[in-house]
Design a protein around this ligand. Structure first.
Ligand code: DGY
Length: 325
């Protein structure tokens, strides 16, 4: 028998070493080696493990939990969003589940600001103009975009990531932050960020930039649809760094194509990967990134560290660093 008291499955071969080293001290590690990770390998190696470090966004559901067996005591994802987890199943089995919010706030916020400027100032379209020999700078009002200065920035969801974006944007001399959340944030933070809680309608009608920074839930799915786009300013820029399914992509396509709204910057789409023949990719006024919000070396390593701590704590019955429920 192994001298190490717990057996832990690492579901992805590229989980950073910081997390592996921590788990290795106390646990026998079993690792999925295929890349992309094969479900069949996962289902085979998961049998009898005490803990799981779940790297990636594959479905974590009853099939997986059944395959693991009743001794499973602790799971942590390496993500902030847990929309791919069947949370009811995990809860029903009373298995502690951790995730990794907070450590990725800064990286995602940096990317969001980049997208906001890139979409508002037409980076993608500009690049295409060069490639197609249409650099028409003899026009006086060529390629004009939207000012960030003095703008109203509306946040749909205003947790750690939203607040980190607002903090960065305060350096761009914006006029006001509006936000829509279930609960009002504390007064001090509101004051610091010049932020005001408003109804969704007001957020849509008053914002120059609308930033989606909410988790995907039954309540948020498809909320940004034609009705919403029709309420936005025609100069408005939509940014989504949360989850693709919060936006109705067909409606977004129509809104951008008809210039009902000015532009969009997306780090998340539905589905992922986006098929290369997606009609969204034919538009000039959209900039799309392949879900790289948290993709920096330091952030990925920090996510692995937090996930490993979560797993270790769950194994010994302690409260996780960042429990998901
Ligand atoms: C998350 O952690 O939820 C981000 O989308 C990156 O995966």
């Amino acid at each position: 028998m192994s001298a190490k008291p717990f057996k832990v499955l690492i579901t992805h071969p590229e989980v950073p070493q910081s997390g592996i080293d921590l788990l290795n001290e106390n646990c026998e590690l079993v690792r999925v080696e295929s890349l992309p990770p094969k479900r069949s390998e996962l289902l085979q190696k998961i049998r009898g493990v005490d803990g799981i470090l779940w790297g990636g966004h594959e479905a974590l559901n009853a099939e997986v939990l059944d395959a693991a067996g009743p001794q499973l005591k602790s799971i942590s994802t390496m993500s902030a969003g847990i929309d791919y987890v069947d949370l009811d199943e995990v809860k029903r089995r009373k298995i502690p589940l951790g995730h990794t919010p907070t450590v990725l706030d800064n990286a995602v916020a940096d990317l969001a600001v980049g997208l906001l400027i890139a979409a508002g100032r037409r980076f993608h379209e500009g690049r295409k103009k060069i490639e197609t020999g249409n650099w028409e700078n003899y026009h006086l009002n060529w390629m004009l975009g939207q000012d960030v200065r003095d703008s109203v920035v509306g946040f749909y969801g205003f947790g750690g990531i939203g607040q980190a974006i607002a903090k960065r944007l305060s350096g761009f001399d914006i006029d006001q932050v509006l936000y829509t959340t279930r609960r009002r944030i504390d007064r001090e933070t509101e004051k610091e960020l010049n932020a005001k809680k408003v109804e969704f309608n007001e957020l849509l009608t008053k914002s120059d930039f609308v930033v989606i920074a909410a988790p995907l839930t039954a309540a948020t799915q498809g909320v940004f649809n034609a009705t919403a786009f029709n309420k936005m300013k025609n100069t408005a820029v939509l940014i989504n760094i949360a989850r693709g399914k919060i936006v109705n992509q067909n409606d977004l396509y129509d809104a951008l194509r008809s210039n009902r709204i000015f532009a969009a910057g997306l780090d998340v789409v539905d589905p992922e990967p986006l098929p290369p023949n997606s009609k969204l990719l034919t538009l000039d006024n959209i900039i799309i990134l392949p879900h790289i919000g948290s993709a920096t070396n330091r952030t990925r390593s920090d996510m692995a560290t937090i996930a490993a701590h979560n797993v270790l704590r769950g194994l010994v019955g302690e409260r996780m660093l960042s429990p998901a429920y």
